[in-house]
Design a protein around this ligand. Structure first.
Ligand SMILES: Cc1cc2nc3c(=O)[nH]c(=O)nc-3n(C[C@H](O)[C@H](O)[C@H](O)COP(=O)(O)OP(=O)(O)OC[C@H]3O[C@@H](n4cnc5c(N)ncnc54)[C@H](O)[C@@H]3O)c2cc1C
Ligand code: FES
Length: 274
């Protein structure tokens, strides 16, 4: 995609309703190609792109597709305000804009050889979904891998179609606050799922993306397990405008989420939840 500021044209080639308020957008470049970076990656899982529509503006999204995929990129868009409402009005075949990828992403080389725990809640899963595609494609490089994912109810769990395939390579553990009669998984908080994992704490890294309260609750569980703050990586969300460290819209403490993040060590952002 190139890191330049100018938005590039993409076509919405596939739309999928993931839940009542989230749609998955599959986007294909028009007249250009995704540049392929280090290790054959189009982006680093955890980086973000700015997707937009002329006349409405842009918003940041963490790609959810495999970073090895060169033909398209997928973003999961929750309807929130002006830009996301306009995006949800688009139909397959419509054109929109994309720029990026920006930010750092999760530390993929640091993850090599370690047990990994991915923790996410609600609509925080897109960048974790792309991280899962990455580790599955390189499964032998990692130890045990867990996804701990919680949502309000079963119909709010996103990327359901991928769970079976993911479950062949990693352990997928789901929980909901409000179960439906047919629900067979856990009921309760994501933080309670840490009881289900079997890891070597001193050789474990954690990747998180989700609501502030979930992240804060996990602190009390992960630390006693012996996982140090410098092995816990948290993706932060802030409102963004430029995406490249020029407007100060995205600060957390003295850091820019767009430039220094969005992925931080736990102790860098502790307490700065939205
Ligand atoms: C790095 C990063 C990755 C993201 N990845 C995804 C993703 O994969 N999928 C997804 O659906 N969303 C993601 N988001 C959030 C998404 O960017 C916002 O929902 C979007 O910018 C809202 O734009 P809007 O114009 O529709 O809403 P606006 O009209 O700008 O805002 C509507 C309301 O929501 C509040 N709001 C908007 N954005 C934020 C925010 N980031 N934090 C707190 N409050 C906010 C505003 O204060 C306002 O009250 C990500 C954000 C960041 C920073
Ligand atoms: S979005 Fe402009 S400085 Fe981060």
């Amino acid at each position: 995609m190139g890191s330049e500021l100018h938005p590039k044209k993409v076509t919405l080639i596939k739309l999928e309703q993931l839940s009542s308020n989230v749609k998955l957008f599959r986007l294909k470049p028009v007249g250009w190609e995704f540049p392929v970076g280090k290790g054959g990656l189009v982006f680093n899982p955890g980086q973000f792109v700015l997707a937009g529509i002329w006349g409405y503006g842009e918003a940041p999204f963490g790609p959810a597709s495999s970073p090895f995929e060169r033909g398209f990129i997928e973003i999961g868009v929750r309807i929130v305000g002006d830009v996301t409402t306009a995006l949800h009005r688009l139909k397959e075949g419509d054109e929109m804009t994309l720029r990026g990828p920006y930010g750092n992403g999760y530390p993929l080389d640091f993850f090599a050889g370690k047990d990994l725990v991915f923790v996410t809640g609600g609509c925080g899963i897109p960048p974790i979904a792309s991280l899962i595609e990455y580790v599955i494609a390189q499964r032998k490089r990692f130890g045990r891998i867990y996804l701990l994912y919680g949502a309000l109810s079963p119909k709010d769990l996103l990327f359901e179609k991928r769970y079976k395939r993911w479950g062949e390579s990693i352990k997928v553990i789901l929980t909901v606050d409000k179960p439906a009669p047919t629900w067979k998984g856990h009921v309760g908080l994501v933080s309670e799922l840490t009881r289900e994992i079997d890891i070597k704490p001193r050789n474990t890294a954690v990747a998180m993306c989700g609501p502030g309260p979930m992240t804060a609750a996990l602190e009390n569980i992960l630390r006693p397990l012996g996982i140090s703050d410098r092995r816990i990586f948290v993706s932060e969300e802030r409102r963004m405008t430029c995406g490249i460290g020029k407007c100060q819209h995205c600060t957390t403490g003295d850091k820019y989420v767009c430039l220094d993040g969005p992925v931080f060590y736990y102790d860098q952002v502790q307490g700065n939840w939205d």
